[in-house]
Design a binder for this molecule. Sequence first.
Ligand code: DOR
Length: 433
Amino acid sequence: MIDWKDKREFWIAGARVADPESGRLRAGSVCVQKGIITEVAWQRVTGTELPVLEADGYVLAPGFVDIHTHLREPGNEEKETIKTGTAAAVAGGYTSIVCMANTDPVIDKPSVVEFILRETERSGSCRVFVTAALTRGLEGEIINEYGFLKEAGAIALSDDGNYVTNSQVMRSALEYARFLDLPVISHCEDPFLSGGTHMNEGYSSTRLGMRGSPAAAEEIAVARDIRLSQLTGSRLHIAHISTAGSVDLVKRAKKSSIPVTAEVTPHHLTMEDTLLESYDTSLKTNPPLRGRKDIDALCAGLGDGTIDCIATDHAPHNVIDKEVEFDLAPPGMIGLETAFALLNTRLVQTGTIELIDLIRLLTSNPARVLGLPGGRIVKGEKADLALLDPEAKWVVEAGNLRSKSRNTPLVGTELTGRVEGVFLEGKWINVVP
Ligand code: DOR
């Protein structure tokens, strides 16, 4: 265990420093004073009077930024709370997360935004940024009072969990959001095609006799929202894209300079729909896990910059919700605590992407997508940092998860890559006990 808790002014030396902006991942030293990065040196620091924290063998990265977390508070504190969700975030190397609006009550009033920010102040372990709902009650009919929501602290708008089916409502939402400079995050899925389905439509759904959702359910929705972004000039971010067709649509939109960005989840990058033949309900997600061709297209989309970032869609559900017949289980899996290790194991160690690219997809890129601070190791920035051991092996154990929920298919799986701890504004938080 590394005990750096009480130091407020120090150098971190010996680690490989990851600067995602410049693409550098090499030996360096970082000076932190009163919560701020005051110097970055691309060699080992010598002759300093400040204490030196020796971090040989580690990678020092910016703290990760998750732009898609379901915290469940208020309303479903039996699944997750701001306290447990932010603790899970820190355990996964995240120093900033963006929470989604499908709470109870929905985040569609300034008072709910204020509650989350106040509760984060009281019990949170990392920064929380708030997404407010696009429409009242996430019902897709009446747009919310975005100006008041922004004034209360909301940084983005989304009905995530639901698609805004009425194109006129979505057009108005995009127009108002643009006026207030708020990005809109769209959950793209045509509910007329996906309603009553439990997995991807394909070979496995046929084998299992389970109703599947076709890729077209997502792609129709992505195509419409890209067209509306073009019409309104509003910033559109597409949540959890999962199909080869969606990657192609985003690629073409970017070529036409439409202001669109996209994220992909760790599970859509690493898990195939064939896994559902186990009937493990933690594999039931929305959008559903797809086939090999889609996974390959998602990886290629990360490689060529079509997909901007990786976001967890951390969606806690407890045992009572998930240990039921497959068709009754709600969609979603937790992801904050395993994202880095899973992606490091399945993408970096296999040579699909480089470690520095993974770090960029978890830090500066998501921060840029929503205009958030952080995600960089640069003089003058807040010292939000993650200390990683990319070679350490560990087994995911349900009892060690900080999240209140356990709905991950990774329990019992060995992964490579561990988060040792984070510095949040220069204050060390130990992750490995
Ligand atoms: O799998 C999912 N779970 N996808 C969503 O869009 C919503 C989320 C949830 O809130 O459980």
